[in-house]
Design a protein around this ligand. Structure first.
Ligand code: 1CP
Length: 364
């Protein structure tokens, strides 16, 4: 029941408490906590993006990606447009994982992927990083969250996000997206002390950044560890999982459910489930029934349609979606999503139809 049912009682509570009461009834939040839901919630990673003409137009109006990421009204418009177009159960705030590094003093460009012209390579580079004050450095994002929340209906969740320390540090070291992450690996494998020193600084920043997003109105968080599975197994544990766990520990006080999404870690799913998140995002390298079996009742599971499947004819897309629902739809703690983000050329109508199919799925 929402706090609006008890106005006198609710008005005596802090606004944070009121928000938590409202959030607790949302389909997405209930699924994160593995509570029963009439159907699985659905949203899509990268649901606001280049595959939508309205996104491309908005980016032009904003003068490019940077303008989009640094103005509250554009942030809110990009976030809200995607949620409304797809009628999904959660919006994810429009931003990029690299913004906190900019807030720590690193010059940042997008071309179209993030580009740091002066990457982190030495001890003095790490020492020169500022401590992130997200409210002061990224006020447009916090305002964007408030505007987005005001524009969402009460039953829709708003997910805040951060890069997991290893993935964000990877971009800071490499300077840009990289096929082999050689600079990252040279530092991670060759100078563990420096790598740990950087990861400690990045962890503090992403904890502060995620906390500020919850304060501004997000009712859930997601940690993206897109690069984790590129590391050798010992370092996957030492740098990716260990620091993801550190961040999740630091965020317990927020009281919101946290999703850990790591790519290419199918061989280590049990350990990924052990980082302490409420939800584990699974890519398409693992069969969904196997994922449920391997993580047991420790976490909810999100995933895991291959984004490339959205390029199939509509009937085939829906068939693949139904196959996932058949495996997982009746279990508590299942969130329908892709195994990674929506790809740029994806046919929008297939994404809409897939969301509609999940919304209509009664599993009770
Ligand atoms: O040209 C453009 O229009 C920019 C494309 C774009 C977009 C739409 C970038 C550059 N970032 C984003 C937004 C974004 N990034 C969101 C919010 C939108 C949503 O999900 O609806 C999120 C959650 C991210 C997070 C992000 N950025 C990750 C982790 C998640 C993932 O998809 O792997 C990573 C690795 C980045 C880096 C990044 N930012 C942009 C690019 C092109 C890249 C390189 C990696 C890639 O292409 O996937």
């Amino acid at each position: 029941m929402g706090c609006g049912d008890y106005p006198a009682f609710a008005s005596a509570q802090s606004s944070r408490y009121k928000r938590a009461v409202l959030a607790s009834d949302r389909l997405y939040i209930r699924a994160c906590y593995r509570q029963p839901t009439p159907r699985p919630p659905v949203w899509f990673m990268r649901q606001a993006g280049r595959y939508m003409v309205e996104y491309r137009d908005l980016k032009d109006r904003a003068g490019g990606f940077w303008g989009l990421c640094t103005h509250a009204e554009y942030i809110a418009e990009a976030t809200l447009f995607a949620q409304r177009a797809l009628q999904v159960d959660a919006a994810i705030i429009f931003s990029d994982i690299t913004m906190p590094a900019w807030g720590m003093g690193m010059a940042l460009d997008f071309a179209p992927g993030p580009c740091f012209p002066t990457p982190i390579r030495t001890r003095s580079d790490v020492a020169a990083l500022a401590t992130l004050d997200p409210v002061r450095k990224l006020p447009f994002l916090m305002d964007g969250i408030r505007q987005t929340r005001a524009g969402l209906s009460d039953d829709v969740s708003l997910i805040g996000f951060v890069g997991a320390p290893l993935t964000l540090a990877g971009y800071m070291i490499e300077g840009k997206p990289s096929p082999h992450w050689l600079a990252l690996k040279q530092l991670a494998y060759g100078d563990p002390d420096l790598m740990h020193a950087l990861l400690v600084r990045v962890s503090d920043a992403v904890i502060a950044h995620a906390q500020a997003q919850v304060e501004a109105g997000c009712d859930a968080l997601q940690l993206f560890d897109t690069t984790a599975g590129d590391l050798a197994a010992p370092e996957l544990y030492e740098y990716a999982f260990a620091y993801a766990a550190r961040v999740i520990d630091g965020l317990r006080g927020t009281g919101v459910p946290i999703t850990y999404f790591a790519r290419n870690v199918g061989a280590h799913l049990e350990q990924a489930a052990d980082v302490g998140a409420h939800v584990l995002g699974v890519d398409w390298s693992v069969k969904l029934d196997e994922a449920f079996e391997r993580v047991g009742d420790r976490v909810a599971v999100m995933g895991n349609l291959d984004p490339a499947a959205l390029f199939l004819p509509e009937t085939a897309v829906l068939e693949r979606g139904r196959a996932l629902l058949a495996v997982a739809g009746h279990r508590p703690g299942y969130i329908f999503n892709l195994g990674h983000g929506v790809l740029p050329e994806t046919p929008v109508s297939n994404v809409k139809k897939l969301a509609a199919m999940v919304r209509q799925a009664a599993t009770a």
